[in-house]
Design a protein around this ligand. Structure first.
Ligand code: KIV
Ligand code: NA
Length: 275
């Protein structure tokens, strides 16, 4: 079982940490086979798999359901699971209960929470209770309504200084790693140098300790427009759409199934059946 120290060692050795999201069994299997270091069952689930407009509607049950599937596909990979919207903001008791449920029922190795401010205290509480926590700073999609859209964060001196302080506070609170989303590369580089936990960037430039991307963006699966920071390594929609279209037309034209796809009952049994 991999733990925090494995990834601290990777940071020390400047070995890039590769994180990819996954939400189901087949994707998890492929991610593990490809050598992904950490799988994130992100609440991006809501948008890329469930078709919601944002991550807001995602529930604890959704996260547990999908993380279980991922765990079955990637038994040997470190799995981080997002705590969904508002599941760690009510009372301390509710937060602890939700985190306990997610750790006990999802198969995740760590939970991820967004933001700083009051969330720092939450990171401290959960870490003290034995829950490995990944922090998430910069663009925090659960707060998109407050941030005013999906846009670059920490891009003025004041915001950058705050972001660095937030990252330091996350580390001091016990976070095992910090995701930096949509921040200028210089700011991500500075944070990476100033904290001793691994930084994992998305839209944060080349100088973080690791990178994370959303699976559907990486393979071009069901996504319309990908953000500037994404590199699309394949276009699987272009394989899937013609395949489904051909299936549709072959059934319509009665070209599928053929006899080779069919089962045959022996003649003597047929005789007994119909005489
Ligand atoms: O939900 C998610 O996929 C994430 C990553 C983009 C970091 O939080
Ligand atoms: Na997320």
């Amino acid at each position: 079982m991999k733990t925090k120290s494995h990834f601290l060692k990777m940071k020390a050795e400047q070995a890039s940490i590769v994180m990819l999201t996954a939400y189901d069994y087949p994707t998890a299997k492929l991610a593990e086979a490809a050598g992904v270091d950490m799988i994130l069952v992100g609440d991006s689930l809501g948008m890329v798999v469930l078709g919601y407009e944002s991550t807001i509607p995602v529930t604890i049950e959704d996260m547990i359901h999908h993380t279980n599937a991922v765990k079955r596909g990637a038994k040997d990979t470190f799995i981080v699971c997002d705590m969904p919207f508002m599941s760690y903001h009510a009372s301390k008791e509710d937060t602890m209960k939700n985190a306990a449920k997610m750790m006990q029922q999802s198969g995740a190795d760590a939970l991820k929470v967004e933001g700083a401010g009051d969330v720092i205290k939450t990171i401290e509480l959960l870490s003290a209770a034995g829950v490995p926590i990944v922090a998430h700073l910069g663009l925090t999609p659960q707060s998109v309504g407050v941030l005013g859209g999906y846009k670059v964060q920490g891009n003025d001196a004041k915001a950058a200084r705050q972001l660095l302080q937030d990252a330091i506070n996350c580390e001091e609170a016990g976070a095992i790693a910090v995701v930096l989303e949509c921040v200028p590369f210089q700011v991500a580089q500075e944070v990476t140098e100033k904290v001793s936990i691994p930084t994992i960037g998305i839209g944060a430039g080349p100088h973080t300790d690791g990178q994370v991307l959303v699976y559907h963006d990486v393979v071009g699966y069901g996504v319309n427009r990908v953000p500037k920071f994404v590199k699309q390594y394949a276009e699987v929609d272009e394989l899937i759409l013609p395949a489904i279209s051909q299936y549709v037309s072959e059934v319509k034209q009665k070209a599928f199934p053929e006899m080779k796809h069919s089962f045959t009952m022996k003649e003597d049994e047929l005789q007994q059946l119909y005489g």
